[in-house]
Design a protein around this ligand. Sequence first.
Ligand code: PHE
Length: 429
Amino acid sequence: KVPKSVTVNGQTYATDSWTNVPASIVALTDRQLHLDQNHPIGILRSLIENSFKGMGYTFYNNFKPVVTTFENFDVLGFPEDHPGRSKSDTYYINEKTLLRTHTSAHEHECFQKCSTPGYFISADVYRRDEIDRTHYPAFHQMEGARIWSRSELGDSLHEKLRQDIASIPKVDIIVEDPNPAFSDATNPKQSYMTDVETELVSQHLKRTLELLVNQVFNEAKKSAKLAGSEEPYLNEPLRVRWIEAYFPWTAPSYEIEVWWKGEWLEVCGCGVVREQVLTNSGIENTIGWAFGVGLDRIAMLLFGIPDIRLFWTLDERFSSQFTRGSITTFKPYSKYPGTTRDVSFWLPDTDKLPLHENDLMEIVRDTAGDLVESVKLVDQFVHPKTGRKSQCYRINYQSMDRSLTNDEINVYQEKVRDILRSTYEIELR
Ligand code: PHE
């Protein structure tokens, strides 16, 4: 079933027992939506980059998505048994090569080659995941990082950090329960850094991200107002809060959340870069931070886009609505009805799951492509006598661009059932 080789961005790779990337996913690697100045993802990227021009950052936007397991996991200190490494979560080209699951895969290379104090990386990233309005196997991230060399700055290190913090434009924003830079119990600092260094690097990181989210969400407010919304929060300063987080390659680690439409929205993970990431890149005696922000969900808010699949449509009724440099609210060109079909099956009476949920998602995605709006587990029970487990998934077939016929849907549904029947040890009901 696995082809002998896989070609991605013109480069051919030998496959092996790890290969699990379908042709439909490989096809997405040529789209480069973040480079399209007239696409919401590209417009958002430029908007953020523009607010950091002249502040000491290099912008990298052309990294190809195939990376090694070393770059994506090992160099960042992911433990061997981290779930992110599993075949059910990640698209492998072969045992040692994969489609990056995050832009952090390029930290190693950027720390090595970057000649400015900081950098931004924007790129498409890939994860095997569920199917719904906000999840797509390909999405976009923007990574940022900044470093200070102790050997170069010597005694003026603290002074320089304080100056750099002071030079970040102040924003009118409410920062709720600002959390401490580190805590020995839950969010420890690294032993190679002093308390003051950790404090100052964290402050620079936090002020930088507050500037970023303020910029982005002010645009979102403007566009909501232009679209006629009169919600009171649109005229109030943005509320954000910092919480503790965990990433294998940063310590301490944080997340920033933004109060948006009545709930806290997770926006961005970040932290103080671990020494070993820097020394692995040939950088000694240096301290710094890194963050990674997902662009797709923010672009959905900014442009009022109801379904993440729309980013990938080639329909001109979508693409014609967006132009470089401007945030406009998407006008749905039509709403086509969805049709649901259920698929139910018995799992064998063993501990080992024969079918991971993400495998099912992929079969559906591979069969019906973007004609699937969502796949949800709607029922699950254990037979009282046999102990066998039954699951029922509901597939909603719905196109963003046209009406689907029942006959067409039946063909997809039958195909999904056929693949399940012939590939997995399950009994369809
Ligand atoms: N790569 C992380 C993610 O995908 C985000 C991150 C980047 C966190 C850099 C810390 C530092 O969630």
